[in-house]
Design a protein around this ligand. Sequence first.
Ligand code: TGC
Ligand code: FAD
Length: 397
Amino acid sequence: MSTTTAPPKKDTYSPLELFGIDRLLGEDERDIAATVRKFVDTRLRPNVEDWFESATLPRELAKEFGDLGVLGMHLQGYGCAGTNAVSYGLACLELEAGDSGFRSFVSVQGSLSMFSIYRYGSEEHKSEWLPRLAAGDAIGCFGLTEPDFGSNPAGMRTRARRDGSDWVLNGTKMWITNGNLADVATVWAQTDDGIAGFLVPTNTPGFAANAIHKKLSLRASVTSELVLDNVRLPASAQLPLAEGLGAPLSCLNEARFGIVFGSLGAARDSLETTIAYTQAREVFDRPLSSYQLTQEKLANMTVELGKGMLLAIHLGRMKDAEGVRPEQISLGKLNNVREALAIARECRTLLGGSGITLEYSPLRHANNLESVLTYEGTSEMHLLSIGKALTGQAAFR
Ligand code: TGC
Ligand code: FAD
């Protein structure tokens, strides 16, 4: 017979408390989550409605994220915190409980810009850029997608050609997070030897970033088009260890992993907001929370949130131990973003008319999650990755 004790009985539990999720986390992991949560609650949450409405993400947040220690936090050395994968995931979750735009900033800086330099850069690249990026003194972006090649980056048209020992880059990248804020862009381009990566300081002549406006999603995030018009770079700008499409795709695994956790932050915040609302709101002379139809919705959402969390922690533990396959990350990204979006939308129904303003977070989260469903591989791409793992047949083309 087990001698372990059940948690003490309480009148009410928060959704993740009911799942006993904290029991799966170490003390350091819980501390990191609590620190990021406090920063979100004090610094970001009071401003997010205004930033979302005015479609801004203040540049000074980069330094504040650097001071918080979340930029490239899962990398070792160069001013990075060197945490485990689960801690990084929990930080993403807490940030995305504030807004997907905050997690996006941190994902792109740490998992795409910094990781591409960390994994594929020369020692000079690493010492020049990583400490500044970790501190938030510099901002990075990652240009893979093009106007005609999003899901299929293998077809990219951006071209890097040799001119003496220099490289000359021409092309357009589309939907690039942090593009207008960035000091350095990791740009992927076709060469005579296949796809290669380049570090492009954004003050290089011929480089331009054009902000994309009128977004209905991820408004507290900067999204840009990058134009490269005869951008001349020294030979040393090439990421020496990046050979072929596998290099940028391996960076995506890092960012996708953050989304496995992050998306659940948006879901948790939607659900907690909604539980509180239904307890305060009276309909037909009783609290909305007291009706069976309401409780069915709340219970179903809690089950999906908790299942997603178990999956995220499982993938994180595997990543920290023996490593995790890209197809396994696809399982997590597909499920958790899909369920988070369903939860945010369902929460909106319980808020009634109040749910359509920025005063309550669920519709803002749902709008953001529409982007999260699309970027870092659309849900269809992840279905096909899982399909390929199950059948051995690639059905992408
Ligand atoms: P395929 O032939 O399957 O693969 C080419 C080479 O790459 C390898 N590979 C991977 N390596 C590491 N990680 C992965 N996830 C990998 N997937 C494939 C593969 O083994 C192969 O290596 P080798 O040595 O045999 O050459 O390539 P494919 O052209 O058939 O494409 C496969 C597909 C469709 C899965 C891939 O193109 C894909 O993932 N498409 C989706 C593109 C995408 O996710 N773009 C995201 C852009 S960045 C972004 O959205 C940032 S948003 C950030 C934010 O704001 O938070
Ligand atoms: P498409 O590839 O044109 O897809 C359109 C539809 O067709 C989708 O439903 C897709 O699943 C479906 N489809 C495509 N191929 C197939 C197929 N073979 N079978 C069945 N269905 C298919 N990219 C970067 O490089 N860096 C960034 O920082 C970045 N940030 C982003 C931020 C935001 C807010 C957004 C919205 C996007 C960002 N992206 C970024 C781009 C993102 O990765 C792409 O939008 C995404 O990969 C999809 O590409 P696409 O938009 O061209 O859609």
